[in-house]
Design a protein around this ligand. Sequence first.
Ligand SMILES: C[S@@+](CC[C@H](N)C(=O)[O-])C[C@H]1O[C@@H](n2cnc3c(N)ncnc32)[C@H](O)[C@@H]1O
Length: 239
Amino acid sequence: MFLIVVDGRHLPKSVPGPPVMNFIQRVRRKVFRPRETIEGYENPELVETIFRKTINYKPAGDWPLVAGLRTVLDFGGGAGRHYKLACQLSPDIRWAVVETPAMVRRAKELATDQLMFFVQIGKAADWLGSVDLIYSNGAIQYVPDAFKTIRDLCAVGAETMVWHRVPISDGEPRREVQTSYLSDNGPGQSLALKEKLVTYERQWISEQGFVQAHEGYRIVERGPDAGEQGTQQFKFSSC
Ligand SMILES: C[S@@+](CC[C@H](N)C(=O)[O-])C[C@H]1O[C@@H](n2cnc3c(N)ncnc32)[C@H](O)[C@@H]1O
């Protein structure tokens, strides 16, 4: 296992990231390292932080990917942060987030007739009817079985699948413990909260396995993802 610290910028390229830390903030982090560590994406404090930051989040900008779309399944979409931008650009869009049980329980307070939260991919797809786009940003590396999840997503039969911030390994797949600051999780401005460290296990996914799991799809775009160092982005179209 490796220990790394990341700054939690988890955004589609069209969305500005959290403010870059100034010198004093960086020094504070070095000197006052949080004493407490919480674990996993289902930790209630982490879920609550992401939920509250998403409510406060006011995205702006363009996102051509969602222009004109009617239905999107967002795998690992948190409390709906990507929907907040998408609905500004496509006001009638319907958006199904597939998330952990803990996030779905908390975020369903934000559900509307256009935004819904599901634990199961099949239920999300049923609610959407036909699915124009499957979108996933920085989430597939946290699921217990990434290839099964990809196959389940392919079975939905969306025209297009777009992946952002996928950690692709150079060789064999490997698992590591990722560490971030609690305040860096979730979109937009930090909340005034007691700082903690958060750990979660993530997988570096083999390129061959990732591509092969996309049964019935072909790659139309791929490249490094500027949203997170070392990760890749992909766009697949159905064959
Ligand atoms: C780095 S965050 C990315 C959130 C969002 N997509 C974004 O770009 O800000 C990873 C997300 O994956 C979710 N996640 C982790 N395990 C999951 C699972 N088994 N199924 C669905 N979502 C999961 C987490 O709850 C979290 O919201």
